[in-house]
Design a protein around this ligand. Structure first.
Ligand code: FES
Length: 57
């Protein structure tokens, strides 16, 4: 499912990036995946996915 329509980023892409890089913050995640860089509507959902994935590592 697409989370960030502006940049065509799926939940799967976010989860894979979180697993690989284990970001300490959302800003850090953005260095690897350009999520929320345009309209910003996806930020909340993307942040939740990041937290969910981090809690499973
Ligand atoms: Fe992600 Fe617009 S949907 S920046």
């Amino acid at each position: 499912m697409y989370i960030c329509l502006c940049n065509g980023i799926s939940d799967k892409t976010i989860r894979q990036a979180v697993r690989k890089h284990q970001p300490q913050s959302f800003q850090q995640l953005r260095k690897f995946v350009p999520v929320g860089t345009q309209c910003g509507k996806c930020v909340r959902a993307a942040r939740e996915i990041m937290q969910d994935e981090l809690s499973q590592i």
